[in-house]
Design a protein around this ligand. Structure first.
Ligand code: NOJ
Ligand code: CA
Length: 567
């Protein structure tokens, strides 16, 4: 059995598979994915060839926000299983050569968390309330909202409490839903508690921590309104300078373990220089690169994002991450088939037309592009099957607060969270065991028989085969010093074509309307689709074996200083 290699720098170019446990595999037939199901399917992930899994929150939670409302960070939600089973997931995955990254949610807790219940029961000004942002309302009656900060989930960010006698009381801050009260990171108890949560999971074998909403934790205690054009570090609740001390403390805990434990930040920031600050050598190891994910399928846009990403990371020595999808965004097959193939939360609307054949072709090419870039690569469950966004879920089954807090205009994120199809030709497509008592928590489409793991395994032309092969080739080439960590050099192949070398591997992607000649090469390693009379058709990508001598080397802004040599 393959052992996870003991390379301390494994995270620099790992392939990391995101598991959304509720929708991955249901072991006990209640329609909800669980840890039994995940354990049963670990061999599938080993066969796919991933280096690590990132499991989104599996903790005890009322699920007001898909588990990102944590009631107890040291307990597994009973719908998912037990703490012992979580330890088994970590240990069994490790036996198969797969490391586990757990998701920690430090910005907020569930309103059912013991701390928040104690805070509600305690008086204004009490130590229990000092762990959160309780505040009197404005005006003589205290009914004016403390600030007009807007939630990422639409609407206000403050909710009013009730006193024991039923009269209206203080307000509390929630950047997301009212069921997710924000912690006060100026409180030393909050800091100490999270260091202990990290140790709790590292002690159970977690190889890393994904840090939810990592740029939001610290607030300006004066609670000013958000300025029209906040300068760097001036936003009252985003990217405050004080955050860096928190992550230095976390890094010290991670570095206290003899083998590498990594910190991966969810950092949504437009300012690339500010983004890179989180990746200084004594802070996080990596952070999600959402800029690339949000760009439209256009050569100029993608090249610009790649160049800017590499340039931003180079000064701090951190490898970039590359992400095409996750449990929050529209699935690539659907997005790339649209007239506007960029992604933004604000732009999501019901009924946006898409051409799924076009989207699928582009998503295949995008996978090869993404997998060839320097750094680590994240694959969200179902991406490797080419699942589309499910856009026709009945409104009454939608659970995402982004949908209902928008007043019904935003379809929300349920469409990328529909339970995976594993086998068979009928729903639930092997997601639950035969004879399951309940259907999946979100209904699967009736036309997914051709998208099951079983079906795609038998089809050489499937998305699953492409992903497996890409991961396999990437692994072999990174051992040889090509794909994975290290420098990238652009090759001029025209304005509609992205072409670059990674050692003696050349990645070429045709985003233009017409077929193009393949650049000089010795061998074809992998194609996202068939050639057209020997030429690379539109929306198609290839990995070619070349030699350094016949490749134009371009030490331009997109070139990283030499990668870390270690194998
Ligand atoms: C980011 C997570 O990915 C998302 O699913 C969640 O709703 C927010 N953070 C709030 O925790
Ligand atoms: Ca279950």
């Amino acid at each position: 059995m393959a052992q996870a290699h003991s390379d301390p720098l494994w995270w620099r170019d790992a392939v990391i598979y995101e598991v959304y446990p509720r929708s991955f595999a249901d072991g006990n037939g209640d329609g909800i994915g669980d840890l039994t199901g995940l354990r049963q399917r670990l061999p599938y992930l080993a066969r796919l060839g991933v280096d690590a899994i990132w499991v989104t929150p599996w903790y005890a939670s009322p699920m007001a926000d898909g588990g990102y409302d944590v009631a107890d960070y040291r307990a597994i939600d009973p719908d998912f299983g037990t703490l012992e089973q979580a330890e088994q997931v970590i240990a069994e995955a490790r036996e198969l050569g797969i490391r586990t990254i757990v998701d920690v949610v430090p910005n907020h807790v569930s309103s059912q968390h013991a701390w928040f219940r104690a805070a509600l029961a305690a008086a204004p000004g009490s130590p229990e309330r000092a762990r959160f942002w309780f505040h009197p309302g404005q005006g003589p009656r205290g009914d004016g909202i403390p600030t007009r900060w807007r939630s990422d989930f639409a609407g206000p960010t403050w909710a009013r409490t009730r006193n024991p006698d039923g009269t209206p009381g203080e307000w509390y801050l929630h950047l997301f839903t009212p069921e997710q009260p924000d912690l006060n990171w100026r409180n030393p108890e909050v800091v100490a508690e999270h260091l202990d949560i990290l140790r709790f999971w590292f002690d159970r074998g977690a190889a890393g921590i994904r840090i939810d909403s990592a740029a939001l934790l610290v607030k300006d205690a004066a609670l000013p309104e958000v300025p029209a054009h906040p300068g760097p570090g001036e936003h009252p609740h985003v990217d405050r300078d004080e955050l860096h001390d928190i992550y230095r403390g976390w890094r010290a805990v991670a570095d206290g373990y003899p083998d590498t434990r990594v910190l991966v930040g969810e950092v949504w920031l437009e300012d690339r220089e500010r983004f890179a600050r989180y990746l200084r050598p004594d802070e996080m190891h990596t952070a999600f690169n959402f800029d690339f994910m949000a760009r439209p399928w256009e050569a100029k846009e993608l090249r610009e994002s790649i160049d800017q990403t590499l340039a931003a990371h180079a000064p701090v020595g951190a490898p970039p991450t590359w992400v095409l999808s996750n449990h929050d965004v529209t699935r690539p097959v659907t997005r790339y088939g649209r007239g506007d193939s960029s992604f933004s939360f604000a732009g999501k609307r019901f009924g946006t037309p898409t051409d799924l054949d076009l989207g699928r072709r582009r998503a295949r090419a995008a996978a090869l592009l993404t997998a060839a870039l320097p750094g680590s690569w994240y694959v969200y469950q179902g991406e490797e099957l080419g699942l589309p966004e499910v856009e026709d879920l009945p409104v009454e089954v939608l659970q995402d607060p982004m949908h209902y807090r928008s007043g019904g205009t935003d379809p929300g994120r349920d469409g990328c969270r529909v339970p995976l199809p594993w086998s068979g030709t009928e729903r639930p497509y092997g997601f639950s065991p035969a004879g399951a008592a309940r259907g999946p928590w979100l209904p699967q489409p009736t036309d997914w028989a051709g998208l099951t793991v079983e079906h795609e395994e038998a089809d050489e032309a499937s998305m699953l085969h492409l992903y497996r092969r890409a991961i396999e080739v990437r692994r072999a080439e990174r051992m040889a010093g090509s794909l994975g960590d290290g420098p990238l050099a652009w090759v001029d192949a025209g304005s509609d074509v992205l072409a670059f070398t990674r050692g003696d591997v050349l990645c070429v992607v045709n985003l233009g309307p017409e077929p193009v000649d393949l650049p000089p090469h010795e061998d074809v390693l992998l194609l996202s689709g068939p050639l057209d009379a020997g030429r690379l058709p539109r929306d198609t990508a290839g990995w070619l074996r070349t030699t350094r001598t016949n490749t134009e080397r371009n030490p331009g802004p997109g070139t990283q200083p030499g990668g870390v040599t270690r194998r």
